[in-house]
Design a protein. Structure first.
Length: 301
């Protein structure tokens, strides 16, 4: 198969949410578990950070990956959707997975794919996990596709869970109230694994805190009073971040949207919580945030 033929198979032989809507959504883990077993459970062979939310999870994921890469770690990044090329979804150290890797995966595992009948997102998740394991990444940043609790990425046990802003998001699948949607997002919280979250909504915070308490997971809420803009130019924003958990630090991001201060604060604080595992110097944290790049979304043209 050529790369074009492989993409045609992925897009048209498997249910794709962006093409056919809700009928492509397959909640639960049966398919991804079956695929993972075929692959030797690659998600167990690399460390990870899991990111859920309605708005901001893509930004936070890219920021986390930029910080880890700036610190010298071999870093995987799994996000969705893509802008132009399917391969944007799966990167190692900022470089997209090769066309050959995508083709080889589908050819080598075609029998299992035909037998299991996964969705497009499930097979994409499997490709990413297999690639990160074989590339021996030090850590992978994994963005949730939809919701969290029943998302196929939720088979991982991460070093930390991050939950960004929560608003009305796929209500037909996740619930008809913010509390129900928050409950689905909070499904990524794992026992004794810290969760860092956007805590500016009391009703959402209550749901996340309750779930974290049930699992004995340390929970850290970040709110808008913890950061203050110093300068906003076409080159980006300079701001100070301060909270009861950490002394004031000056940060810069190459984005002009004020809401990105919350996303950057979530990324910064998450990496602070992982200092015992990934001993990243403060200057590398600052450098990574400042040099984050995301084509199309956070790009000045």
């Amino acid at each position: 198969m050529t790369y074009t033929e492989t993409l045609n198979f992925l897009y048209h032989s498997l249910p794709v949410f962006q093409h056919i809507g809700g009928s492509a959504y397959k909640p639960g883990f049966d398919n991804i578990v079956a695929l993972e077993q075929e692959l030797g459970e690659p998600h167990r062979r690399f460390r990870s950070v899991h990111v859920a939310g309605t708005n901001g999870k893509g930004s936070v994921s890219h920021m986390l990956a930029a910080v880890l890469q700036a610190a010298g770690y071999r870093t995987g990044l799994f996000t969705s959707p893509h802008l132009k090329d399917f391969r944007e979804r799966i990167k190692v150290n900022g470089q997209m997975i090769s066309e050959e890797e995508v083709v080889n995966f589908v050819e080598q595992h075609r029998e299992a794919i035909d037998r299991i009948q996964p969705s497009f997102f499930e097979i994409t998740t499997a490709i990413a996990f297999d690639y990160f394991a074989r590339e021996q990444v030090d850590v992978a940043v994994i963005e949730v596709g939809m919701g969290g609790r029943l998302d196929s990425t939720n088979v991982i046990r991460p070093l930390a869970s991050v939950i960004t802003n929560i608003s009305w998001d796929h209500a037909q699948f996740l619930g008809d109230t913010l509390e129900k949607i928050a409950g689905e997002k909070a499904g990524i919280i794992k026992p004794q694994v810290p969760v860092i979250y956007d805590g500016h909504q009391p009703e959402v915070s209550e749901v996340i805190e309750k779930r974290a308490n049930e699992l004995g997971s340390p929970a850290f809420a970040l709110t808008e009073d913890m950061y203050e803009m110093q300068k906003n130019t076409r080159e980006g924003i300079d701001f100070s971040f301060h909270c009861k958990y950490y002394n004031t630090v000056q940060l810069s991001i190459p984005y002009i949207a004020p809401y990105q201060m919350m996303n950057a604060s979530l990324a910064f604080f998450t990496m602070e919580q992982l200092r015992d595992v990934h001993k990243i110097p403060l200057e590398k944290l600052i450098e990574g945030l400042k040099n984050t790049h995301w084509e199309g979304r956070m790009e000045t043209v």
